[in-house]
Write a protein that binds this ligand. Sequence first.
Ligand code: PRP
Length: 179
Amino acid sequence: MGADLEKILVTEDQISARLAEVAAEIDADYAGRDLLLVGVLKGAVMVMADLARALHHPCSMDWMAVSSYGAGTTSSGVVRILKDLETDIKDRNVLIVEDVIDSGLTLSWLVGNLRSRGPASVEICTMVRKPLALDVDLRVRYVGFDLPNEFIVGYGLDYAEKYRNLPFIGTLAQHVYQR
Ligand code: PRP
């Protein structure tokens, strides 16, 4: 895959070091409280697996799959649930785990949807936040890395369903998405 990549933005070591810091914060914040991690498929698979193992706090895990309506690669903010939670989240402390927040529209919708189910709390943890997300009224409690608005892949992030299994986050070479 080397020829398809332009540069590495976050190395495997940087990811695991940052995840250890975020996990320590989560351990402290949820001390004595129940914790349900909700991973958003498919991109969040890597961060869920690594974050859950970095936590010392006991937690449950569940998954949602959502899809933005609309053409192209940009989020429209209109979201359809492809796979819902199996867990009743009433009175639970929900921590949504994401690979990336770009426009912030998917998460804004998802937080509203989950809040309507009567949880004790809903917070967000994302490995990557892009600059546009800062313009949206969305409180993101745990952020791995704030990265520039570039075409990034790896560690769960795909382009046309490829590159998710790269253990680092890098930028895609222009010739890949312009061909
Ligand atoms: C990504 C990511 C978020 C969403 C963020 O998912 O996992 O769910 O896009 O974009 P937004 O902030 O602009 O709304 P994607 O739809 O690419 O699906 P995937 O996780 O299966 O790759």
